[in-house]
Design a protein around this ligand. Sequence first.
Ligand code: ZN
Length: 293
Amino acid sequence: MFELTKAGERTYYIDHSTIIGIYKLTDKEVCLIDTGRSRRDGEQLEALLKEQGWELSFILNTHTHIDHLGGNEYLMKTYGCPAYATNIDNAFANYKHLEVSYMYGGFPNQMLRNIFRHPGPVGFRDIEDFQLPQGLEYIRLPGHSFGMIGIKTSDNVWFLGDSVLNQKSLEKYQFGYLVDVAGYLETLELLKTLEGGLFLPSHGDITADIRPLAEGNQKNIEKNICGILEDCREGIHFDALLKRIFDRYGIRGDMPQYALSGSTLRCYLSYMEDQGLVAAYFEDNMLKWKNVG
Ligand SMILES: [Zn+2]
């Protein structure tokens, strides 16, 4: 059973595999911020709402990664309510295999399609077309996904999606998934300027001061870049470079990790090439990367 924690007069959250937010629009009506990983999470949310005597008006998704929108389809059908995310993130949510095709760099095999399957065309709407009710606002936090947003409630509570890795990840798994290094860094800089009483990153480390975690994440990206630069000193093939990433961060290489970490590594290389730190070249018809910084 989900446990409800009060974060403000009208704001609650559930500390699940990803944080789920609840905001009271009126005495009876609420909206959700993200819905967990699975249909089962949607069913548990329904049970909790019933127990509280609350009706669900709509769902806001910080971004459309599958561990955040698992309960959407079930809840949309059960309550006949809309669910929103940004237009660009919805491109992935509305098509089952588009995101994994992006990650993998081509149409992926059955295993990857199953693991990273999105809900498909269940009617996600664009948040850009939605006038949020008084008490709620959002800002763009791109980098981890193309269109991620943070949502602020009238209680000065911020739901920050996956804009930061938590402290545990900074120590154990530093090569977090992202789609745009420059965007990610700008988002971290933006986080440091946000005013609020409580900040809730989706994977934990709830805090009254987000700056230390944002700075920790900035340093982590810099460290990752330094590691890649070191690995590119001699000129290296992409797959050999990815092996070094797996080895350094203790990742067991498999197809899902090849897609996730491989896609993330490509994003780092794009950024580093744009910054003039590495260059791509062909040797024996094979693409290689070299440190030119
Ligand atoms: Zn995510």
